[in-house]
Design a protein around this ligand. Sequence first.
Ligand code: SP5
Ligand code: ZN
Length: 381
Amino acid sequence: MKTAYSPLHERHDPEKEFYRGLLVDCFERPRRALGILRELGRRELGEVIELDAEIPAGDSGTTESGIIEPSSTIFGSRLLPLIEHVHGREYVDFVETIFRDWARETHLAGVPRPSYALPYTFNRLGQDHDETGEVVPGTVDGRLGYFSFDTCTPITAGTWHAALGSAWCAVKGQEIVLADGAAFALCRPPGHHAHRQMCGGYCFFNNAAIAAEAFRQHEPSARIAILDVDYHHGNGTQSIFYDRDDVFVVSIHADPLTNYPYYLGHSNERGGPNAPESNANLPLPDGTDWNGYAPTLQRALDMIRERDPSHLIVSLGVDTFVGDQISNFRLTSPDFFELGALIGEREWDTLFVMEGGYHDEIGVNVVNVLEGFERGGGARG
Ligand code: SP5
Ligand code: ZN
């Protein structure tokens, strides 16, 4: 199986996130993707296609000389329209320009210039009332709060380019699947918490949703299934596809009653009025090990089979690992091989899109899933 990788992710390396009233070191760091890359080099999974973007150093949206960099010419004409299809123009503009504006504004205010932007307020009104809360504020703090849902997703000078590079991996991965039947998009930053118009959970662009859109644009009758095995519920993916019957979303995750991202991910969320069976949530209790996990995975795969998908996208988080820093499931490294094999047995054309996983064994665990998939019969083999 081939891997799509972009070194641009290294430009997103924020120092701190805000958690329980304290600034703590970020969990979502470049070493995660670099660890996966290193393990891919040690094992014989297949070629790593390094996407090469000649993007000059500098703040998001600008070069050092202050000239706006036209991302569409760097990444090819396909990427930005796909991202804007999923996220809308206003939000994409926000991701591109917010750090530059934040740096300028804090500089003008005469305060020390922070290396990352975080919100201190949030727009709740837009969720509750149709007529209010829909006006995008004009100031930096107002926009940050309008387009974010938590305080653990700092935006830096390099975030825009890293997020573009990440989405680019997903789109490249989609192209590889058309040719090979399987691919691994080594996306970083991750994507499954990103909503149409909100970043959060370390995510900016919803890479899995963008890949789904790419499949649909290539083949308008494509039926996509997204299987999300990250420890955390894929609230962004759910909300993007909730009322659409062309994309089935099923997620196995820690119970949102007691776990991040809270609020969404309950088993009674089955789809919107136009797509009543398009979403499935399979929450599991803290402490779940492979014995508890495997039957639920089989159930999810059976649900997917009922939809007879043309393509499967796996939102692959390995933060279900027993040693993970921020999670409470108990899967072991050999279990990840089994997880991949159970998916591979179904023999769907499959795109793996990287999501979470915060232990140094991330590389071993990810490559175990991918090797297990191939051993299980995936990738037309
Ligand atoms: C993609 C992904 O996995 N995003 C997860 C975002 C989770 N953010 C919440 C972080 C909560 C940190 N909890 C620290 C617990 C330390 N024991
Ligand atoms: Zn996660």
